[in-house]
Design a protein around this ligand. Structure first.
Ligand SMILES: Cc1ncc(C[n+]2csc(CCOP(=O)(O)OP(=O)(O)O)c2C)c(N)n1
Ligand SMILES: [Mg+2]
Length: 329
């Protein structure tokens, strides 16, 4: 079967393998949080994996990404080591941020991952700042900002869109629209004709796709990343998706209609692309092996994180903003 935009069955298969890793990572992390084996917040990306996989597959190592509170999948998709990430969310030494950032601050500058971010929409302003720096420094890279539908209702998001268009910066905005902002249906607190119209109001071309369909994400991302890379200015991708779990691991999500949640399985982006891979010559045994490999790799990461020591006390004030530190001592 011929695919557009330089896509191939092999490339789609590699994206599928990344999705399996994301799913296994967040299923384990969510369980560990519910069992109080780790502290802090864990916002599972379960059900949304096709978006990170399809977009990041179009990026080069030097391209920056910024993320939001539901950020594990973006980091894995950009190539972060799941074992170092698991150590991080367990708050252990050897974590990708030395065990001091936790789930909502996972970052790896060596992979151009600018970080997850617990402040809704603020990862987007950081991304626009990075895109401005790329422009000023005359660098070859582009920037992708991932954020949720809830971010569209914060002022910094609108400033970011405005600034990006005024300077025609090399940035792709990716809105992961799962229909919810925490416990609230986003539509019930959102004025106007919709998310795409918000971007278009700033003169930014915007596409809307089914974010549970890896092929749709990959095709749209290939096109939009290409446009951003060739200096056409900012672009906006609106990807609809489903948040399978509660807002975070300790939220059972009881404010949602159980029938609605049960319906999410039919949209499973992993099952959908597995079906496509089977139809396109990949053997069931290969897919089974992929799933076992991902599960094994994450089980090893959990075992490593549970056995690892906490960061040394002597490291308490390294790599953190230390204003006032001496007065705390
Ligand atoms: C500035 C700010 N306001 C409120 C919150 C509390 N909060 C955390 S996540 C969230 C909803 C975010 O929804 P969305 O952006 O759609 O992301 P999702 O959780 O659905 O992936 C809110 C209101 C916050 N973290 N930051
Ligand atoms: Mg949302």
């Amino acid at each position: 079967m011929s695919l557009p935009l330089g896509l191939s069955v092999e490339r789609i298969h590699a994206m599928y393998q990344r999705m399996l890793l994301m799913r296994a990572f967040d299923e384990h992390a969510g369980l560990a949080r519910r069992e109080n084996r780790l502290r802090g917040s864990v916002h599972e990306y379960t059900g949304q994996e096709a978006i990170a996989a399809g977009v990041c597959a179009m990026l080069r190592p030097a391209d920056y990404i910024s993320s939001y509170h539901r950020g594990h999948g973006h980091c894995i998709a950009k190539g972060a080591d799941p074992a170092a990430m698991m150590l991080e969310i367990y708050g252990k030494a050897g974590g990708v941020c030395g065990g001091k950032g936790g789930s909502m601050h996972v970052a790896d500058f060596s992979l151009s991952i600018l970080g997850a971010n617990g402040v809704v929409a603020d990862g987007v302003t950081i991304a626009v700042g990075a895109a401005q720096a790329v422009r000023l420094l005359g660098e070859e890279r582009i920037v992708v900002a991932f954020f949720g539908d809830g971010a569209l209702n914060r002022g910094p998001m609108l400033e970011a869109l405005n600034w990006a268009k005024v300077y025609d910066l090399p940035i792709l905005f990716v809105c992961e629209d799962n229909g919810y902002s925490d416990h609230t249906r986003t539509a019930s607190v959102t004025a106007g004709p919709g998310i795409v119209a918000r971007a278009e109001a700033f003169g930014i071309p915007a596409d809307s796709i089914d974010g549970n369909d890896l092929l749709a994400v990959a095709c749209a991302a290939a096109l939009l990343v290409g446009e951003v890379r060739t200096g056409k200015g900012p672009r906006f991708l609106h990807a609809t998706t489903c948040r399978w779990r509660g807002h975070l691991a300790l939220d059972r999500g009881l404010y949602r209609d159980p029938e609605e949640v049960a319906g999410y399985a039919a949209q499973d982006p992993i099952a959908r692309i597995a079906g496509w891979l089977l139809d396109n010559g990949v053997a069931q045994a290969t897919l089974d092996g992929d799933a076992a490999a991902a599960a094994g790799r994450i089980a090893d990461a959990v075992a490593l994180a549970e056995a690892a020591p906490c960061p040394d006390e002597a490291q308490l004030f390294t790599d953190v903003q230390d204003a006032g530190a001496s007065s705390w001592a």
